[in-house]
Write a protein that binds this ligand. Structure first.
Ligand code: AMP
Ligand code: ZN
Length: 113
């Protein structure tokens, strides 16, 4: 999708620190990390957010979550991690391409709001 930041990162037009890639997903380090490990997992196919998932494209979310599990192992987050997907304005979604934050490497705050 034109003018989508994460589509440009996936294509390599905008540089990123890649940590994992397969046929369907891409993972890279967040530019403003909020934890010692802060990685974004995105589908290569553009989907706006969780709100745009449906019966036809649900496999995209499943593939992203499999990549989350693989990347967490690769990053040695065996003590745990948090997976966050901000969806829409109230959640503060700033990039309208579905993405899952992996946050770990420290004891995270109990509050999630
Ligand atoms: P969200 O606020 O949930 O939409 O998350 C978007 C995330 O993308 C934020 O945590 C940003 O720090 C991150 N981000 C924005 N631009 C870049 C970039 N060029 N490379 C890596 N991460 C980025
Ligand atoms: Zn996109």
């Amino acid at each position: 999708m034109e003018d989508c930041l994460f589509c440009k990162i996936i294509s390599g037009e905008i540089p990123s620190t890649k940590v994992y890639e397969d046929a369907d997903t891409f993972a890279f380090r967040d530019i403003h990390p909020q934890a010692p490990a802060h990685i974004l997992v995105v589908p290569k196919k553009h989907v706006d957010s969780v709100a745009a998932l449906n019966e036809e494209n649900a496999d995209i979310a499943a593939k992203c979550l499999l990549t989350v599990a693989k990347v967490a192992k690769q990053e040695n987050l065996e003590n745990g991690y948090r997976v966050v997907s901000n969806c829409g304005p109230d959640a503060g979604q700033t990039v309208p391409h579905l993405h899952f934050h992996i946050l770990g490497g420290k004891r995270l705050k109990d509050s999630m709001d």
